[in-house]
Design a protein around this ligand. Sequence first.
Ligand SMILES: NC(=O)c1ccc[n+]([C@@H]2O[C@H](COP(=O)([O-])OP(=O)(O)OC[C@H]3O[C@@H](n4cnc5c(N)ncnc54)[C@H](OP(=O)(O)O)[C@@H]3O)[C@@H](O)[C@H]2O)c1
Length: 316
Amino acid sequence: MQAIVLHTPGDAHVLQLETVPTPTVRPGWSLLQVKGFGINRSEIFTRNGWSPSVTLPRILGIEAVGVIADTTDPARLPVGQRAVTLMGGLGRDFDGGYAEYVLVPNVQLYPVTTDLSWPELAAVPETYFTAYGSLRNLQLTTDDTLLIRGATSGVGVAAAKLAQAMGVHQLIGSTRNLAKTPQLQAVGFDRVVEERDGVLQVPPATADKVLELVGPLTMTDSLRVLKPGGIACVTGELGGVWSADFDPITALPPDAYLTAFSSGSVTEAKFQAMLDLITAHRLDVTPTRVFTLAETADAQAFLDSHASFGKVVVCP
Ligand SMILES: NC(=O)c1ccc[n+]([C@@H]2O[C@H](COP(=O)([O-])OP(=O)(O)OC[C@H]3O[C@@H](n4cnc5c(N)ncnc54)[C@H](OP(=O)(O)O)[C@@H]3O)[C@@H](O)[C@H]2O)c1
């Protein structure tokens, strides 16, 4: 099969297409023919050599969608079944989705019912599930003003679409680059605000709920803009900082809550519930750009560029 194998860390050009043996099934694992996969910021981290637990060579890719090509669980995962996979060591502890086929533990293959096209479905697993789980943890209601910090990211745009499906009252998005305002408005943001040197250009107590995608670097500033009784969910680390040194007693507004989300909490039932929400509201989950497997390096470089907006996928 053809695959993108990372042999040595480096910039995007180290991601070259090569021919490798197609994996064969072993007990408890089944083979997915990859029809598409999303590109994720964490894979760029790994490519750069910033994931010390990942040993090389490794086929990267923490998510994939496709059809079961060979199975050790014909009842739940029959050949031809559409399925998705994400996280759980995929593309890190064992070879991942940047390939024509990927061998995955059965417990990490989630059969899905959907009429989305392959590029659409490829945009969904990691990004939409992360957005969906974060909005659940934020206990989003139809009275809420939601501020998404890092709104132009794939997760940010996905959260905006899902929040509208859930009937959010007002949607505010932040970016460091206000030239992206029309793109944010086009995906439903009511208001776009600037992120300048780690400070949101809004007064205190602006939002009932904050989805923090820049991460621990700006978390305290996000708590500043939260209303009393509000909830902030830390889900991303776009700022490149992984932990925070902060005083929760003074940083949190009165009666406010701080939570977090990890896509590692995925289950088959939660994933299908999210797909059903997408279907019921006919959400447009079309990725911003679609690349071929041979263009995976270009796909990563695009995501890493200042022009980046929304979800980027590869369809082998
Ligand atoms: N908790 C989980 O389970 C989970 C799962 C998936 C992803 N994540 C995290 O969620 C975040 C979003 O992921 P993604 O794949 O959707 O990201 P992405 O699409 O790669 O995000 C790109 C956007 O990030 C913004 N950005 C980059 N560096 C920034 C910085 N230093 N400060 C502020 N904004 C910055 C840029 O926006 P502007 O130029 O417009 O400002 C750019 O448009 C990442 O941190 C990712 O690691 C977490």
